[in-house]
Design a protein around this ligand. Structure first.
Ligand code: GAL
Length: 439
């Protein structure tokens, strides 16, 4: 009987291997190798645990892809950083090996990255001149009377203000760390965006004369249609103290110049900042993009000399329609292309007219909704090594009530007949999609 059971188990294991590939013999847990992307499903690492790297950035280094993201704990506490930045690596983008925590939160109450500080959207680039790996991230310091307490209940009770809005910097000698925290900064204090200095100075005079309370102005998306003075006020408010950095990404161009691209001015405007040669500071050259249009979650990629930028609207953790823009220069002018996702949107009334369709159908339909970017928010676009024009959209499907359960949406970026990118929903897909002739 035992023998028969073993045979059945053996046959089942063989069948599983044939379907999903051979297991990785170097891992402690039995984790079948994956040969496809299943967006929105649990993404297992080599130890059989859900990959814990949210708001991630990716780096291709020495034949491997590295994924760096926010390690989240369970519950709403997971929206604060208790552990640090988690790194995984992969040869094929389907199977991820846990490389551990590469930037650790500190237990020292005096540390700028004491546990409970918020570290979001870490991105890493390699600097060829210095041989260093440079990580930038969005940082929000603890605030309030118990800001130095490392007691978990105090951390839970603390309301994040999101008013620090600083760019955090950490540097490592090896891709998988450890990354050493260097500092956190507001950007470009006392500096004007490229080409805007004289207009901004005039705007400042006018604001002082005609709008005595201009520093207290709060903006909303509809203000973009108002007089241009409002656009300038949104920037000038933070001129002395330095500009905000919230959602951010890094982009390294073909000439190895790198840029820190972020939601600034209370999320009203994106800033594109040139980084210094060692990637560890800003040169002071920067441009504002889409003033008062409220973009978050920027992700930039380049194809055939054209720059593309994905971003979202500002609705916190809740998803909203994707925004895509194109430009001939990293600094702009950026032309909006609208929402380039393709799928279908179903409504409650569709459900009523199609009662025969089963629950799974409606679950799939819900996943393919374009009105909320397939229930995700952009975090990065991966350039696939060795394949022409092959890029992958990576988004977060946030679950703020139980942050650790957040899912990852990997989808191919395809090229439409107009030469512009489109993103379609595929519940199951693999890299061979890029070998098919594109329009
Ligand atoms: C989102 C942003 C996230 C996080 C969140 C906090 O809009 O994209 O990275 O900052 O807000 O509410």
């Amino acid at each position: 009987m035992k023998k028969i059971n073993c045979m059945i188990l053996g046959a089942a294991a063989l069948l599983l291997c044939c379907c999903v590939g051979a297991p990785d013999v170097n891992t402690s847990a039995y984790v079948p190798k994956s040969k496809a992307f299943t967006p929105g499903k649990i993404l297992l690492d080599n130890n059989g645990r859900h990959v814990n790297a949210h708001g991630a950035g990716f780096l291709y280094d020495n034949g491997r892809y590295y994924m760096f993201g926010e390690h989240k704990v369970g519950g709403t506490l997971g929206n604060k950083s208790i552990v640090g930045v988690h790194c995984y690596s992969s040869e094929d983008l389907y199977n991820w090996r846990d490389e551990g925590i590469v930037l650790e939160m500190s237990r020292d109450p005096e540390s700028p990255i004491v546990i409970g500080t918020i570290i979001e959207r870490p991105k890493v680039i390699f600097n060829q001149k210095t041989g260093k790996y440079v990580m930038w991230f969005h940082m929000e310091s603890r605030a309030g009377p118990r800001a130095k307490s490392t007691n978990i209940d105090d951390i839970i009770a603390e309301k994040p203000s999101y008013k620090t809005a600083k760019a955090g910097l950490a540097v490592a000698d090896k891709v998988d760390g450890p990354y050493k925290f260097v500092g956190a900064y507001r950007l470009n204090a006392g500096k004007y965006p490229m080409g805007d200095e004289s207009r901004m100075k005039q705007s400042r005079e006018k604001l002082d004369k005609e709008y005595p309370n201009w520093r207290k102005m709060q903006f909303k998306p509809s203000d973009k249609n108002k007089d241009d003075i409002y656009k300038d006020a949104s920037f000038l408010k933070y001129f002395e103290e330095g500009q905000f950095l919230r959602d951010m990404t890094l982009f390294v161009d073909d000439d190895l110049k790198a840029y820190l691209i972020c939601a600034s001015e209370d999320n009203a405007t994106l800033h594109i900042n040139e980084l210094s040669d060692d990637y560890q500071s800003l040169t002071g050259h920067f441009a504002r993009v889409f003033p008062l249009e409220f973009n978050e979650a920027p992700a930039v990629f380049k194809r055939d000399g054209k720059y593309f930028m994905l971003s979202s609207h500002c609705t916190g953790w809740a998803p909203n329609p994707l925004r895509v823009a194109v430009s001939d220069s990293i600094y702009g002018p950026w032309k909006p292309l609208g929402d380039r996702t393709r799928g279908f949107n179903v409504s409650e009334s569709d459900r009523k007219v199609n009662p025969v369709l089963n629950k799974q159908y409606w679950r799939d339909a819900a996943d393919s909704q374009t009105k909320d970017t397939f229930k995700s928010q952009s975090t990065y676009v991966i350039k696939v090594n060795g394949k022409k024009d092959a890029f992958i959209y990576v988004g977060d499907r946030w679950t703020p009530r139980d942050a650790i359960d957040g899912r990852y949406i990997f989808l191919p970026i395809e090229w439409d007949c107009d030469g512009l990118p489109v993103i379609r929903w595929y519940g199951l897909w693999d890299l061979s999609i890029f070998d098919k002739k594109q329009k």
